[in-house]
Design a protein around this ligand. Structure first.
Ligand SMILES: Cc1ncc(COP(=O)(O)O)c(C=O)c1O
Length: 360
């Protein structure tokens, strides 16, 4: 007999991951998941494999080496850093701690889809703020806030848009939000931005009810190790600790992430390489008559203007083994999202896009 599900879960659609199925005779080139196109460095591989030697033990529940590295690099208080099995785990646990069917959350029109999933898991209603030119508009977000609003979620840079809201605007959002509203600032792609465009915002956490989330899945290139982290006010840290799985990150993952964090020179090199490849890609896409909002991340949103063009290009690329990400789930079925990969992969994608567009 089928058991009755928690009503919030019953009405939840399954989380949709990228489709990576390409013809059998083609090698997959995935541009669909915003992963990094570089493999882990030798020191990262070595640290992870050495940590396997103690795999009979549970991992360090305080993520000591990892949080020490993060605190050093970002000049933060180690005691306010929580780590998760990806930042997705931290987002989900934030929902578990703070959301109920009585609450509402605010996010932007093209906000990261997992924000919606978290709200739905706990039965909270979602108010959506319009974006302007694919960019979060702080006044529109503020206009959606109600007395029952519990959380405001923003991803900056945004996914799937790649656009950035100025740090000053994020500060204004915090200052104009009632202090009892939790602001979750998801900065999964922050390391791809230029520091002058987007200075660190960790100090907002000191104002209370504000959280900044980061991840090792993007510029650090460790999506498969599942490590995310966040900077939390002490009261929220304590509440989260009550329910966060105490053994959530394996020892090899902790060791890999700690080592990657210590290699800031590698992070800078990767950022430059991605920026160079991205600039050329954007020029090539514009030369094909396609629009691309300015991206501050390791992916671009390509606007084909019509659903048919986007679909035809998606199909043709897929026949060649190249998978971009359709954006219908965001109400953007005239767009595809493409992760920055090697120059060779980007050139191939442009070649097949040109062939397709020439024919339609
Ligand atoms: C904005 C944003 N936040 C969080 C995540 C999840 O990252 P993690 O791999 O750390 O769970 C992603 C992944 O694509 C993302 O785009």
């Amino acid at each position: 007999m089928t058991l009755i599900q928690n009503p919030a879960i019953e009405s939840l659609a399954p989380y949709v991951l990228a489709d990576l199925s390409v013809p059998e005779d083609k090698m997959l080139i995935s541009l669909a998941q915003n992963e990094l196109c570089f493999t882990p460095t030798e020191p990262v591989l070595k640290a992870a494999s050495e940590a396997m030697a103690t795999a009979q033990l549970y991992p360090d529940a305080d993520w000591s080496e990892l949080t020490t590295s993060i605190a050093q690099v970002h000049d933060l208080n180690r005691g306010q850093i929580l780590c998760g099995a990806g930042s997705m785990e931290l987002l989900e646990v934030l929902g578990r701690v703070y959301l109920s069917p009585k609450d509402q959350v605010v996010m932007s029109e093209y906000g990261y889809s997992f924000f919606k999933t978290v709200a739905q898991m706990y039965g909270s209603a979602i108010d959506t703020a319009k974006e302007i030119n694919f960019t979060i508009d702080i006044d529109q977000l503020l206009a959606q806030v109600k007395p029952t609003t519990k959380i405001v979620f923003i991803a900056n840079p945004g996914n799937p848009t790649g656009t950035l809201v100025a740090a000053e605007e994020v500060r204004r959002l915090r200052s104009e939000l009632n202090e009892n509203i939790l602001l979750i600032l998801d900065e999964a792609y922050a390391e791809f931005t230029e520091r002058q465009d987007y200075p660190p915002l960790f100090d907002l956490v000191d104002l209370g009810n504000t959280i900044v989330l980061r991840t090792f899945s993007k510029i650090y290139g460790l999506a498969g190790m599942r490590v995310g982290w966040g900077y939390f006010p002490p009261d929220i840290y304590t509440a989260m600790r009550k329910v966060l799985n105490p053994n959530n990150i394996s020892a090899p993952s902790q060791a890999a992430a700690a080592t990657a964090m210590q290699q800031q020179d590698v992070v800078q090199q990767r950022k430059q390489q991605i920026t160079t490849i991205k600039s050329k890609l954007c020029c090539d896409l514009k030369a094909l008559g396609l629009e691309v909002p300015q991206s501050h991340s390791n992916f671009v949103l390509i606007n084909f203007k019509t659903r048919q063009k986007a679909q035809t290009c998606f199909n043709h690329l897929r026949e060649q083994g190249i998978m971009m990400r359709p954006m219908g789930a965001y109400g953007l079925n005239h767009c595809l999202r493409a992760t920055i990969s090697s120059q060779e992969h980007m050139d191939l994608a442009i070649r097949y896009l040109r062939q397709t567009l020439d024919k339609i």
